[in-house]
Every structure is written in C-alpha cells, then in structure tokens.
Write a protein that binds this ligand. Structure first.
Ligand code: DAT
Ligand code: MG
Length: 138
C-alpha cells in the first residue's frame, strides 16, 4: 500500500472563517493520519519558496499578500495515496466552480473573484510534497 505524506495548509480564509475544525473533520473522516499540525504565520521568504512555481504570474503578488493576511494551519498528513486523495477532497482550484462535496465546492465562495481565497492547499506530486514538507516542517 503506497503510504504517502503530503502538505496541507488551511489558508488564512479558512482559519479566519472558523472552518479549520470542519476541514479537519473531513480529513479525519477520510481516515488520513495527522502526523504533525501547527499554526503558522509565514514570512514572505517562506511563501516565495512555497509558491516558487508561480513567480511572475499575475496572481503571484496578491497570493503572497493574501497568505500573509493572517495565520494558516500547516498539516503533515499521511495516508494511502494521500497526495492525490487530498486534492480530490479539496476540489478544483477555483471555489466558484469546484464540485459539491469538496472543501472548496462546499465552503468556498465568490469573494469578489479572488481565486486565492480557496481555503486549502495540498501538494500536487510526491516531489512537491517532499519539497513543501521541508519548507513548512523542516
Ligand atoms: P492549487 O492550489 O489548486 O494547486 P495552483 O497551484 O495552480 O492551484 O495555484 C496556487 C494558488 O494560486 C491557488 O490555490 C489560488 C491561486 N491561483 C491560482 N490560479 C489563480 C488565478 N487564475 N487567479 C487568482 N489566483 C489564482
Ligand atoms: Mg498548486
């Protein structure tokens, strides 16, 4: 059984809206294991590393500003194929059109077309997971 680890972030909008518990409940109900969890207030350098692949894109600066707007919850999550599984649980990037039943589809909403306010982050590949877990959990 391919047990993997992934990095999950409950982003500042999720924490500010009091949805951390609801999101964790879905993660736990799915059967994933919380290996480590902490409240984080990342500085710009940490976010530049985390979002390096998006540098130069139009949404990059607003994304970093948003991620510095309040605390997030960082989670080291383990489970069978959890990298793909958590992204399925999270839903597609834009919460406006994410499928019902997903975190983004059920809790996300159109806050003036700010796609970055999509509640959660999940690593997108084993390479990303290893890199991102190194950034957030050292
Ligand atoms: P995901 O978080 O689904 O992996 P991504 O890695 O492509 O999506 O983008 C990282 C974050 O950047 C995403 O969660 C929200 C923001 N973002 C992506 N595309 C965007 C866009 N077109 N406009 C505004 N923000 C965007
Ligand atoms: Mg991504």
């Amino acid at each position: 059984m391919p047990i993997e680890e992934t990095l999950v972030l409950v982003k500042p909008d999720g924490v500010a809206r009091g949805l951390t518990g609801a999101i964790l409940a879905r993660i736990e109900a799915k059967g994933y294991a919380l290996v480590d969890i902490r409240l984080v207030e990342p500085d710009r350098e940490t976010l530049e590393r985390h979002y390096a692949e998006h540098e130069g894109k139009p949404f990059y600066e607003p994304l970093l500003e948003f991620m510095m707007s309040g605390p997030s919850v960082a989670i080291r999550l383990a489970g069978n194929r959890v990298i793909e599984g958590f992204r399925s649980l999270a839903g597609t990037t834009d919460p406006t059109t994410a499928a019902p039943g997903t975190v983004r589809g059920d809790f996300g909403r159109d806050w003036g077309l700010k796609v970055q306010q999509n509640l959660v982050h999940g690593s997108d590949s084993p390479e990303s997971a290893a890199r991102e877990l190194g950034i957030w959990f050292g």
